[in-house]
Design a protein around this ligand. Structure first.
Ligand SMILES: [Mg+2]
Length: 142
């Protein structure tokens, strides 16, 4: 217990938001390896490749943006949940979309949380701190 290295995948098309997540990780001393894909399609490819090459290191947690080119977050979730070996990944939506439709769709696809991107960096750092405390508390299967 406690020795597991939980890989995290960030699916986000906005470079500034990617930088903000990295910054918030640093500020909170989050040491989990962080992988980044820029849209849903890229993320599906990354995960299926990982599954084939190194199944023990498939990310357990995904931080997911919704509005992205090629494949958005909701479509990505649909693909993810269809895949027997990937469907158990915990997904936290991090988005600027306050649309009820997106929230309903996301929770129907079993997201662990739906987080509106806060406006200030300070609050964003707090949000990542809360997430970090949450996944540090969780045990994951080998
Ligand atoms: Mg976006």
């Amino acid at each position: 217990m406690g020795e597991q290295i939980v890989n995290i995948l960030l699916v986000e098309d906005d470079e500034v938001d990617v930088m903000n997540v990295k910054r918030a990780f640093k500020k909170n001393n989050v040491t989990n390896p962080l992988f980044v894909c820029n849209n849903g399609l890229e993320a599906i490819e990354f995960l299926t490749q990982r599954l084939a090459s190194n199944p023990a290191e498939v990310p357990r947690i995904i931080l997911l943006d919704l509005n992205m080119p090629k494949m958005g977050g909701i479509e990505f979730l649909r693909e993810l949940r269809k895949n027997n070996e990937l469907k158990n990944i915990s997904v936290f939506v991090m988005t600027t979309s306050n649309e009820d439709r997106d929230k309903v769709d996301a929770y129907n696809l079993n997201v662990a949380g739906y987080i509106l991107k806060p406006l200030s960096m300070e609050r964003f750092i707090e949000a990542v701190s809360t997430l970090n405390n949450y996944w540090k508390l969780c045990e994951f299967p080998e």
